[in-house]
Design a protein around this ligand. Structure first.
Ligand SMILES: Cc1ncc(COP(=O)(O)O)c(C=O)c1O
Length: 461
């Protein structure tokens, strides 16, 4: 395209709204989305404004990203300073001071001996890097036959082909099949609707113990890693019983398997501690973080692995190529400057404590709503990462009919009323910024409450 034609093409493309919207793919079905397109123009604190000036209160941090709120001046100023100093460093030849500083800060904050960091730009890149790290680690340490990755149905680890192969959401996988080989799936710990028809605590935590049976049946000599989100998101905030993650840790230790935590959502304060690994008291071998890590100010993700695992990647070049993984923008100085400022903000303002305090307030609100409306069967999650699951009859756990798409209707009504939250036919989740105040949280909940009241009246009418 010639430069002189560009302004003309841009104005042509904008002559009608329909033509304008044809220039972009969004995540929703375009035909549906374009009926009422959401186009955000600016944001401040916990609020967004769309291009028509309508205000939305953000109970989702964008998508679990805006950890320190929108238009956070400390982060923005850190980025400005970094732009004036060094915007990009050569990734094939080395790194830069901000990446080193950021890696050290992350290593200091991470639990146990999680101490060696790889930096990337997004969640999919980093979960995929963790898969590669596990496979290469076993090759380097005398177990080259270990390549299988065990993860869970209903999980989401990202949209690149490796991360997608580890994911367990048929709605996002089937259209892209066949997946990469070497990925196995097990049922997640959905206690409210146990896939084994059992009840906690008398269940013997079958959802965990069956994973050791899978390892055994597959042959432990072929299994490289188990990858799980400490609290699963897709599927409706799947919060495991307290025994679950320690059991996975035990199986991994027993069979020389790496335990990978995908903390893309749960990391960086969301569950009330810097990492959900601390919330559950289990140290994985590899911990992946993204989303809230840069607060949304620049693309950034990180994988933190245990020192002894990283040690396997040191050695004479002839025998050991190092960790064979890299992308052009890894360790980008602008992103790392944002990451350092976000962590400083969280630590200095004790936003993990705020996530616990507001998380308690949120579960209290959800319990009150359950009593008032009688259609909330379960409340799950920790800190500022919580969901309600709808049930037409909470006593029997009977769901609303699928064709009603009840949760989606409530969520869409809330969006019309200016609330951004995550919604699905059966559940609604909140993940507001860690900076959220009590008044802001109350405003979020009151919009949800009003939306639920309206939809219940409509389906009753
Ligand atoms: C748990 C989890 N892992 C990985 C990813 C992939 O991250 P990204 O979309 O940044 O590639 C996501 C994204 O939603 C996620 O929720």
């Amino acid at each position: 395209m010639s430069k002189s034609r560009m302004p003309e093409l841009i104005s042509e493309a904008q002559t009608t709204e329909e033509a304008f919207l044809r220039q972009i793919f969004v995540r929703d079905q375009m035909a549906e989305w374009s009926k009422s397109p959401l186009i955000m123009a600016r944001a401040e604190d916990v609020y967004y404004w769309d291009v028509d000036g309508k205000r939305y209160v953000d109970a989702l941090s964008g998508i679990y990203v805006a950890s320190v709120g929108h238009n956070n001046r400390r982060v923005i100023e850190a980025i400005h300073r970094q732009l004036d100093t060094l915007a990009f460093s050569p990734p094939m030849h080395g790194t830069n001071p901000v990446a080193i500083q950021f890696a050290n800060l992350l290593a200091e904050l991470a639990p146990g001996d999680l101490s060696v960091v790889k930096l990337q730009c997004g969640g999919s890149e980093i979960t995929e890097a963790a898969i590669k790290l596990a496979r290469q680690y076993h090759r380097l340490t005398g177990s080259p036959g270990k390549y299988k990755i065990i993860s869970r149905y209903q999980s989401w680890h990202g949209s690149t082909l490796g991360a997608l192969s580890a994911s367990g959401l048929k709605s996002r996988k089937t259209v892209n099949e066949p997946m990469a080989p070497g990925f196995l799936h097990v049922f997640p710990p959905t206690c409210y609707r146990c896939p084994f028809g059992k009840s906690y605590p008398g269940c013997g935590i079958t959802c965990a113990s069956i994973i050791e049976s899978v390892i055994d049946m597959e042959d432990p000599a072929t299994v490289a890693a188990i990858m799980v989100e400490p609290i699963g998101h897709t599927g409706g905030i799947i919060d495991p019983p307290e025994e679950y993650l320690p059991m996975l840790r035990e199986f991994c230790d027993r069979h020389n398997i790496l335990l990978i935590f995908d903390e893309i959502i749960t990391g960086i304060g969301r569950t009330g501690q810097m990492f959900a690994a601390e919330t559950f008291g289990v140290v994985p071998d590899v911990l992946c973080v993204a989303k809230g890590l840069s607060g949304g100010y620049a693309p950034l993700s990180a994988m933190i692995c245990r020192g002894p695992i990283a040690d396997a990647f040191w050695g004479p070049v002839a025998e050991n190529p190092g960790f064979v993984e890299g992308h052009t923008f890894e360790g980008n100085p602008i992103s790392c400057a944002a990451g350092i400022a976000v962590l400083q903000e969280i630590l200095e303002r004790d936003l993990c404590q705020n996530a616990r305090t507001q998380g308690d307030r949120l579960s209290h609100h959800f319990r009150r709503m359950a009593e008032t409306h009688g259609v909330i069967g379960d409340i799950r999650g920790k800190g500022l990462f919580q969901a309600i699951e709808f049930a037409r009859d909470p006593a029997t756990k009977e769901s609303f009919p699928a064709e009603l798409a009840f949760g989606t209707r409530v969520g869409r009504r809330a969006l019309e009323k200016g609330l951004l939250c995550r919604f699905d036919p059966n559940w609604i989740a909140f993940g507001p910024p860690l900076t959220t105040t009590s008044e802001q949280l109350d405003e979020m909940v009151s919009i949800l409450d009003a939306s639920l009241t309206e939809i219940l009246q409509e389906i009753d009418a």
